[in-house]
Design a protein around this ligand. Structure first.
Ligand code: SAM
Length: 214
């Protein structure tokens, strides 16, 4: 949830930014999460994965589309609880002429078909809600339960049936939401976990976890 992403261009006459990333031009609609360091960390490590790929909370589609464009024989499904994000990702797929990625609205896995994927990606909302009364669509991208862990915990509990044997889950975590607690929960659910990359900033540490079963 870092501010001032370096590679964002804000056109003077449009309210929403455009991101140029890995040869893609990604427009970001109002009320959709603007990709930043956490987004780039996930996309950078997952764009070469092959097979059937699922991204939860896809936002404007950055990781799903980076993977789909780099691997034309992949099938990529991106879901988001926000219909605006789904529309945004579909728009970016069309305007980048990517036909092997599909986007649908889903609360985590609720509308995901009962098929298993080679990889499941998630950059979850992770800020504590701190008694916020109402939720805007953009709040859904940022806040997740009293301690910020609601989406992460649900993901860990529900991901297994969606992974092929040997499949991997890739999860962004922040020091804001207690990374050791996530590792402990993953282990208790039978996953091995590896930290693929950590990035430290003034006010938080970000990391990308890879989860798998031996
Ligand atoms: C931190 S943003 C990440 C967006 C994008 N993947 C990226 O990296 O830039 C989290 C995204 O998760 C979505 N989201 C939040 N809760 C969700 C849920 N229960 N099911 C599906 N998507 C959810 C939000 O709408 C938002 O687009």
């Amino acid at each position: 949830m870092l501010k001032n992403p370096k590679s964002v261009i804000y056109p003077m006459d449009e309210p929403s930014p455009t991101i140029n990333f890995m040869g893609l031009r990604l427009d970001v609609f109002n009320d959709v999460y603007v990709p930043r360091e956490d987004s780039f960390l996930l996309a950078k490590h997952t764009n070469k994965l092959e097979g059937n790929i699922l991204e939860l909370g896809t936002g404007c589609g950055i990781s799903a589309l980076a993977n789909a464009s780099r691997n034309p024989s992949n099938y990529v499904l991106g879901v988001d609880i926000s219909q605006r994000a789904v529309n945004n990702a579909n728009y970016n797929a069309k305007h980048n002429r990517i036909s092997n990625a599909t986007f649908v609205r889903s609360d985590l896995f609720s509308k995901v078909p009962k098929v298993r994927f080679d990889a499941v990606l998630f950059n979850p909302p992770y800020l504590p809600e701190e008694g916020r009364a109402s939720k805007s669509m953009l709040d859904l991208a940022l806040y997740s339960g009293k301690d910020g862990r609601a989406a992460t915990d649900r993901f860990l509990e529900e991901v297994s049936p969606h992974l092929l044997p040997g499949g991997r889950a890739f999860l962004i975590q922040s020091s804001v939401t207690d990374i050791p607690k996530t590792l402990e929960k993953a282990h208790s659910l039978g996953f091995s976990a590896e930290i693929l990359e950590e990035q430290s900033f003034f006010f938080e540490k970000l990391c990308l976890l890879e989860l798998f079963r031996e």
